[in-house]
Design a protein around this ligand. Structure first.
Ligand code: AGP
Length: 615
């Protein structure tokens, strides 16, 4: 869960690397480092802290001129975040320098062996072990850097995206990948290396995404050579033309990426169904489903695997698949599923949901399901990501880059894709008739406009946030389709404002959490008109009689809840199954404002990273 950047070409490497690292800080931000070759030697600076701190330190301590360099922004796995454990790492001779995203699991045994051979280590990292192993292979086998990397990687167990160069051969960079993402931007006699395409998108749209167990020798003036790490056989580069543009990865006038991404949701939801939903023709077209329709129609059950917010989207999908298409659904945390010896049948369909497409536990759950013969379908946002490649088929959410660590538009677009699938299957299975189907499509098309309307409550939400910003605990309650929204609301608040929050099905209150309620406890209740409204109203009364503070998300024009609640936030009316797309909006805004008021780092909350590529 780190970000890596490299450059070799005719431009100054340093500014490209620093800007690239800033764009990758969503992947980790506890320390950062850079190494630049200046024509004579390597200049290396690294520090605990953010890329901004690295910028200061490198300008003060090293020469930053040179056309070859690598940089790293870290989310610590081995060794605490400090200057020494930051990347890049030198080999003992000082000739090689490496950056690494991933974990070398057997590093301790390799380290012991290297120590016996006279190597010394300065950091606690697995990465320093790897660069010295490469150096040892180079020496003992008398091979070039590329071959040494290949031999060394065959001795390690774990995951990696690495970039390494040798100051004795400064016209080449060697990169390799297993389990962590690595993209190569291909320019005019210049190459960019990065964890995703954002660091190089303003220089080139041409990118190669390395597959697992592939490596590349990137050499100036030469074509890129791709090799399989296992047997050194040649692999052929597939150069993709990227659609991403620079505006998508900048804040565009907003104070934070999270706020920008919240406001992008009307557009993002539209992009998700664009070209798929044809209300005029009464059809939903999704290639990933159309090509494998029999798998879905004959499915014994659907098992959804995901983590975090994506898991919450999976819970919403459980309601809609069972409700509309009458297919049994189980929703599993990928991290539990992969280790609990689950029963998987050949006629189970697995849906893996992931914004990043890189979440290690979700990837492992997919591999397990495939080994058991199940058909695996991916719902991802990042095009070309590991999960999108590992699954048999899939559907992209088309939300555009999500950079804020807290997922917002990923959630609503995942629900949109899953709703399209559920509707399509319901229609194919004859569970809804043509006119119901047509009404659904029409309503779905009205959702972006309704999200716009929900966003208009922002000034009111800011005022409410001011009232509750100093709370130490919060409860979030919802029923039916809005129970997962309560979970998601609580997750948003805890991850960016560090306030303890719990989401519950409203009716579960009586079974324990009600004991927590007193005049200090804000309770956020989703109480939209459809979906057990009267029952939720009773739950609100129970809270009120125990003096809890009630902030209710209600349907426009509601009067009953207004009389009971301390604050109400209205959202437009829609079909019950589509309410999560609206009710989640005020909860996102609320957690955003509270975090800003508490002076928290909204886009880069402590201890977190955007893609969790370690288990
Ligand atoms: C949510 O705000 C978090 N960033 C986190 O829970 C996230 O949803 C989870 O790590 C899964 O990520 P993925 O969708 O990229 O697989």
């Amino acid at each position: 869960m780190c970000g890596i950047v490299g450059y070799i070409g005719h431009r100054d490497a340093y500014p490209i690397i620093i800007k690239g690292l800033q764009r990758l800080e969503y992947r980790g931000y506890d320390s950062a480092g850079v190494a630049i070759y200046d024509g004579k030697g390597i200049n290396l600076a690294k520090t605990k802290g953010k890329v901004e701190d690295l910028k200061k330190k490198s300008k003060e301590t090293i020469s930053v001129e040179g056309n070859l360099g690598i940089g790293h922004t870290r989310w610590a796995t081995h060794g605490v975040p400090n200057d020494v454990n930051s990347h890049p790492h030198y080999s003992n001779s000082g000739d090689l320098v490496i950056i690494h995203n991933g974990i070398i699991e057997n590093y301790e045994s390799i380290k012991k062996e290297l120590i016996k051979r006279g190597y010394t280590f300065h950091s606690d990292t697995d990465t320093e072990v790897l660069v010295n192993l490469i150096e040892e292979v180079q020496k003992t086998e008398n091979v070039k850097l590329g071959k040494a990397v290949q031999i060394a990687l065959n001795q390690v167990v774990g995951a990696y995206a690495i970039a390494v160069f040798d100051k004795k051969k400064p016209d080449e960079l060697v990169v390799a990948k297993l389990g962590s993402p690595l993209a190569i931007g291909v320019g005019e006699n210049e190459f960019f290396i990065a964890s995703d395409a954002s660091p190089f998108i303003e220089f080139t749209n041409n990118a190669i995404y390395l597959e697992d167990e592939e490596m590349a020798i990137v050499r100036l003036g030469k074509e890129i050579k791709l090799r399989k790490i296992k047997d050194d056989s040649v692999a052929y580069p597939n150069i993709l033309e990227l659609q991403m543009n620079i505006e998508e990865i900048e804040k565009g006038g907003y104070d934070h990426f999270m706020l920008k991404e919240i406001y992008e949701q009307p557009r993002a939801i539209k992009d998700t169904y664009r070209g798929r939903l044809r209300a005029d023709l009464g059809v939903i077209k999704m290639a990933g489903i159309d090509d494998h329709l029999d798998k879905f129609l004959n499915a014994n059950r659907i098992i959804i695997v995901a983590c975090g917010t994506s898991w919450h989207a999976g819970l919403v999908a459980e309601y809609i698949f069972e409700d509309l298409a009458r297919i049994p659904v189980e929703v599993e945390y990928a991290s539990e599923f992969r280790y609990r010896n689950p029963v998987i049948h050949k006629d189970d369909v697995i849906i893996a949901i992931s914004q990043s497409g890189e979440t290690a536990d979700t990837l492992a759950a997919i591999k397990l399901a495939k080994e058991n013969g199940a058909f695996v379908f991916g719902v991802c946002n990042v095009v070309g990501s590991s999960i999108s490649r590992e699954t048999h088929a899939g559907a992209y959410t088309h939300a555009g880059p999500e950079i804020g660590v807290a997922s917002t538009k990923a959630f609503t677009t995942q629900i949109t894709v899953l709703t399209l699938i559920a509707l399509k299957l319901a229609k194919e299975k004859g569970k809804i008739n043509d006119s119901e189907f047509a009404e659904y499509l029409e309503e779905l098309e009205s959702v972006p406009g309704k999200v716009e309307k929900a966003l208009e409550s922002n000034p009111l939400i800011e005022i409410i946030s001011e009232v509750y910003k100093d709370s130490t605990n919060c409860l979030y309650l919802g029923r039916g389709y809005n129970f997962p929204v309560a979970l998601e609301g609580a997750l948003k608040l805890k991850e960016i404002s560090y306030i303890h929050a719990e989401g519950y099905p409203a009716a579960e209150m009586k079974h324990g959490p009600i004991a927590l309620i007193d005049e200090q406890m804000p309770v956020f209740v989703i109480a939209t008109k459809k979906g057990h409204y009267e029952k939720v109203v009773s739950n609100i009364q129970e809270i009120k009689s125990r003096k809890g503070k009630i902030i209710a998300i209600v349907t426009e024009g509601d009067v009953q809840v207004k009389e009971l609640a301390d604050h109400v936030i209205e959202v437009p009316e829609t079909f019950e199954s589509l309410t999560p797309l609206l009710t989640t909006i005020p909860l996102q805004l609320l957690s955003y404002h509270i975090a800003v008021m508490r002076e928290c780092n909204v886009d880069q909350p402590r201890n977190l990273a955007k893609s969790v590529t370690v288990e």
